[in-house]
Design a protein around this ligand. Structure first.
Ligand code: ASP
Length: 338
């Protein structure tokens, strides 16, 4: 029988209404009282609740370090991990963990819900039950995933795209790894292979990393305000379409100067599907010339957290950071559309 650790971090999933109708976290030690069906899954369940349970809008790199630490500490004793997390930043956390848990050979499955556990029409119970079933199942999933509303997504490929439907996530550049219908259907060809090496947990994150979303009318002074930050080490540039940005020489020259001074700039698209192709249009040729790195089809969440992990791991080796940013490390790149 497999040993599964459920880690509760906060978010809507672990909430119930109190006597006055306000939402508050329930005692997570009693999870099997709220979801008795969990006992019917063939596995031994243990749980760990974060001392301070947070709305995922308050997630920080320090939170990811704590979370990766909990997994590291419990790694040999457990066969799989299910992380209950708020939906707002779940894609960031799943992406971060996918790069922090190098050579992962066990399932780490994030899930959450749009309605609290205690609500009548809640999606919390079914999301939790199936996430545990997958983590405890016979098919090994040696990667960080998000299970939501009947689909298992690669964690660093998923994106929250609606705040009102139960189907809150999608992953346009990579098909789901599994779907829960009458049976659980696995897309086995897509699953990452089991690594031959031991788990390496990367706990050094560079936090001097930022994100700029290009918009029509973006000014030099706005851009320079960001680039002038003395300690900035990495920047994700969310561009249009297949990686296009204004050709204004001031914009390009400010960015070029920052890159020459050592800033690592990654180009990802504002579109949820498709890939950056620097040089395809005139509006991205300059980005190539000044040394902006194509993030190809990575999500923003993935590019940002990958940059934090790589700059943290190899602080003095920008050549290596840039090379690895262009390489798929754990399935975060490479179009596998539906
Ligand atoms: N604001 C909540 C959170 O992300 C929303 C949710 O859990 O769905 O923690």
């Amino acid at each position: 029988m497999k040993n599964i650790l459920i880690i509760y971090t906060g978010g809507t999933i672990g909430m119930q209404h109190d006597a006055k109708g306000a939402l508050k976290p329930f005692d997570f030690g009693k999870v099997t009282e709220y979801v008795p069906d969990l006992k019917r899954i063939r596995c031994r369940l243990q749980h760990h609740a974060f001392r301070q349970q947070i709305d995922s809008s308050n997630v920080t790199p320090a939170f990811w370090i704590e979370l990766a630490g909990v997994i590291q500490k419990n790694y040999t004793r457990h066969d799989g991990f299910v992380i209950l997390h708020g939906t707002d930043t779940m894609a960031y956390s799943a992406s971060a963990l996918s790069f922090m848990l190098e050579h992962l050979s066990k399932p780490v499955i994030f899930t959450g819900s749009q309605l609290p556990m205690g609500a009548l029409r809640t999606d919390a119970k079914r999301n939790l039950i199936t996430a545990v079933e997958i983590a405890a199942g016979d098919i090994l999933i040696p990667e960080v995933c998000i299970y939501f509303n009947s689909k298992l997504y690669r964690g660093n490929r998923a994106e929250k795209y609606t705040s009102s439907d139960f189907d809150a996530y999608h992953s346009l550049n990579c098909m789901p790894l599994a779907e829960a219908g009458v049976d659980l259907y696995f897309n086995r060809d897509l699953l990452l292979p089991k690594p031959g090496k031991k788990l390496k947990v990367n706990l050094r994150l560079e936090t001097q990393v930022g994100l700029i979303r290009i918009f029509p009318g973006i000014t030099d002074s706005w851009m320079n305000g960001i680039l002038a930050q003395e300690h900035l080490k990495g920047l994700v540039l969310e561009t249009y379409g297949s990686g296009n940005a204004p050709t204004d020489p001031h914009f390009i020259s400010s960015l070029g100067k920052a890159i020459q001074k050592g800033l690592v700039v990654i180009n990802v698209s504002q579109c949820s599907g498709g890939s950056v192709e620097q040089g395809r249009y005139e509006t991205s040729v300059q980005l190539n010339k000044i040394g902006v790195i194509s993030g190809k089809d990575m999500t923003t969440e993935s590019a940002l957290t990958k940059l934090m992990v790589l700059l943290g791991e190899y602080p003095g080796d920008l050549k290596k950071v840039k090379k690895l940013m262009m390489t798929s490390l754990c399935g975060e790149m490479g179009l596998q559309p539906h």
